[in-house]
Design a protein around this ligand. Structure first.
Ligand code: WT7
Length: 654
């Protein structure tokens, strides 16, 4: 692995500055150490104290934890609360006029919403949803651009107890249909279009297409009017957001939920072709989001915070929609593309809104380092005080660039490791407390019992890598896979490791200071620009094309995206050559974009008469990964049934 080599050589250490240390939310070093010890010794009490401090309960819980049906754990099961109440209502007495959201549109228009205004919008929209007959437990799919309304829709669902499932606006009609059907959604919320980089994204059209392919459970589509464009309409099914909300009362009584009632489902890729609907709870999830936002991002009352993630991903759930609002923070939401209309856009946004805390992804950082330091250097970035990274390992060189050029060696960087499944940050340096090593996501947060073990569950230390596990359940963890309890148990609590450890699906190693270095996935999941893509998902999409007989997909290290998709394809017809091969490769790339979404589009497609298989019929993926990198093949191919096809697989379509 590309990152593996680079991190093993890394030995720089950066200490937190005194200023930061003195004011850190988590407290001083002793407080942190005490917290760690407390969490270790009195694990349940540690979480119970936090849950009582950080959440406003309608009915306090008496039971902290229930593991009688492990690994289907329950946290604070007899408590009642409402997540939207915790994000909005409780701030109204003293922070009603504080800015909650600052929205900057694709073309640079800015609007802002106070907590009171946001509350008003969420209440009215919540009432509108209730009028449509949506209530507790109903599933609502949200397919929206990055707008304030996406957050309002999520909050409104949370308010009335509906389970939202946000589908990233870049997914195709087919992928959207699969998710709507799996969730059994009654309602879809969308916009008549989105704007990205000056281009119109026809989201409503994609919804129409998805619903034409199936989705019998969907009764209505609510459409936010974003753009002055013609919008195809189905009378009786489609409803305008503004018309529904106009006459709604300004207060919407929250639905008081049990701690364990699901808050949302979010689909993510796994090692089979079918995406997993990750189910998160109300109380445990909220606790994770509040606690980590407060401590990892060290949120201060006057901070302006900006996370570049889309609400279609878990980062946008925990660190745009829920964590910042539950903490009463001020944040920026940006509609568009980071490099539009020029590569200075990101830095202009930071300068314009005087951003203090900036949370982004390695892929974005890598794309920005390319264009040269003179671009960020043109802008006043002195408001920044903390930087964060998430989604994939950050290469030490990108880390150093962020630290020196953007943070001017003043701002700590929190390299946060977590997953859709964990709901909130698990590993990260705590700013002001832990020293930072470029490329390492440092240490588990207090209360997170992470470790690295071998295939039998034995602890591994030193240079060798192993499986990243979390040894005790924690409140913000997923509760199950929607409609698939068996897959939940088999994937995350495999029997080989005793069935008790949460297995993340990543490999990692810990250094002599106990710092974690993430090496990559252990399953067939790729990380393209910080987005998880199952190789099987892409393979099934390819094989669904009538011209394709067989396909194998692997990742290839990519300087900007982290990994790029390479597909090896066997056709139903003769091996194509020249122009024919080029046309077919292009057709298949478009096919995958259409089947799944642009993010899954293969960068390289190679044709062969067969795939490299062992005598038992297993595809040799390791060999394909070498071929994809254009490496000289040194590995043993004697078990290969058909060694002559290597030459074909090596041939790129140029
Ligand atoms: C996978 C989870 C959690 C939000 C974004 C992605 C990789 C995530 C890091 C990091 C190294 C990381 C892991 C993980 N990953 N953060 N700081 N360092 N790797 O969420 O789509 O559920 O993907 O992203 O491989 O398993 P996700």
């Amino acid at each position: 692995m590309q990152h593996f080599d680079s991190v093993l050589k890394e030995n720089r250490i950066f200490k937190p500055s005194d200023d930061f240390r003195q004011a850190a939310n988590i407290g001083q070093l002793e407080d942190y150490q005490n917290l760690w010890e407390f969490a270790d010794k009195d694990y349940l009490q540690y979480w119970a104290d936090l849950a009582r401090d950080l959440i406003s309960w309608k009915k306090p819980f008496m039971t902290i934890f229930d593991d009688s049906n492990a690994p289907f754990y329950k946290w604070f099961p007899d408590g009642k609360l409402n997540v939207s109440y915790n994000c909005l209502d409780r701030h109204l007495p003293d922070k009603g006029n504080k800015t909650a959201l600052i929205f900057e549109s694709d073309f640079g228009q800015v609007s802002s919403f106070s907590y009171a205004q946001l509350h008003n919008r969420v209440c009215r929209f919540g009432n509108a949803l209730r009028e449509l007959g949506i209530g507790k437990g109903d599933r609502v799919v949200i397919y929206m651009p990055m707008l304030v309304e996406a957050v309002i829709a999520m909050q409104a669902c949370a308010r009335i107890g509906a389970v939202h499932s946000v589908v990233f606006g870049g997914f195709s009609a087919g992928a959207l249909r699969d998710r709507i059907e799996d969730a059994g959604a009654k309602l879809v919320i969308t916009a008549n279009g989105g704007l990205r980089g000056g281009k119109i994204i026809p989201l409503k059209e994609t919804v129409d297409e998805a619903l034409d392919m199936g989705c019998p459970t969907v009764e209505n589509v609510v459409v936010y009017y974003r753009l002055n464009i013609d919008t195809a309409w189905r009378n009786g099914r489609d409803l305008w957001w503004h018309e529904l909300s106009k006459h709604q009362p300004e207060f919407c009584e929250p639905e008081w939920m049990n701690s364990e009632d699901p808050l949302f489902i979010l689909y993510t890729s796994g090692s089979t072709g079918k995406p997993k609907g990750i189910v998160h709870s109300s109380a445990g999830y909220l606790l994770g989001a509040i606690n980590t936002f407060r401590n990892v991002f060290d949120n201060k009352p006057n901070d302006v915070y900006w996370c570049t993630a889309d609400v279609g991903w878990i980062t946008g759930h925990s660190y745009v929609c829920y964590g910042p609002l539950a903490n009463g923070a001020t944040q920026v939401i940006y509609e568009g593309v980071p490099s539009y209309p020029d590569p200075g856009r990101i830095w202009r946004i930071i300068q314009r809104h005087k951003i203090n805390v900036f949370y982004t992804s390695p892929t974005l950082i890598r794309s920005l380092t390319r264009v040269g330091d003179w671009i960020p250097n043109k802008y006043d970035l002195s408001s920044l005080r903390l930087l964060g990274s998430v989604g994939e390992p950050i290469n030490p060189s990108a880390w150093m660039w962020l630290y020196e050029v953007i943070g001017k060696e003043r701002c700590p960087i929190v390299d946060t490791w977590w997953q859709t499944e964990t709901g909130s940050i698990m590993l990260s340096p705590l700013p002001g407390i832990n020293s930072m090593k470029p490329g390492s996501c440092a240490l588990p947060l207090p209360g997170i019992m992470a470790d690295v073990v071998d295939e039998t569950g034995q602890r591994i230390s030193g240079q060798s890598g192993g499986l990243l596990v979390i040894k005790r359940p924690f409140p913000s963890m997923l509760r199950t896979i929607w409609n698939d309890d068996k897959r939940y148990q088999a994937t995350y609590f495999p029997a080989e490791l005793g069935g008790k450890y949460y297995v993340a699906g990543d490999s990692a190693h810990r250094d002599e200071d106990g710092y974690f270095w993430i090496l990559g996935r252990t399953d067939d999941v790729l990380n393209v620009s910080g987005h998880r893509l199952g190789t099987m998902e892409i393979e099934s999409a390819l094989v669904a094309n009538p011209q394709v007989a067989e396909a194998a997909v692997v990742g290839r290290p990519d300087e900007i995206k982290g990994e790029a998709v390479v597909a090896f394809v066997v056709l139903n017809t003769a091996l194509p050559e020249g122009q024919e091969a080029r046309d077919l490769a292009e057709q298949l790339k478009q096919w995958v974009s259409k089947e799944i979404g642009k993010i899954a589009r293969p960068e390289d497609i190679r044709f062969a008469e067969n795939l490299p298989k062992t005598r038992s019929g297993k595809i040799m993926r390791r060999l394909l990964r070498s071929i994809a990198k254009n490496e000289v093949i040194t590995q043993d191919v004697s078990t290969l049934e058909n060694p002559q096809i290597i030459g074909q697989l090596q041939r790129q379509v140029l």
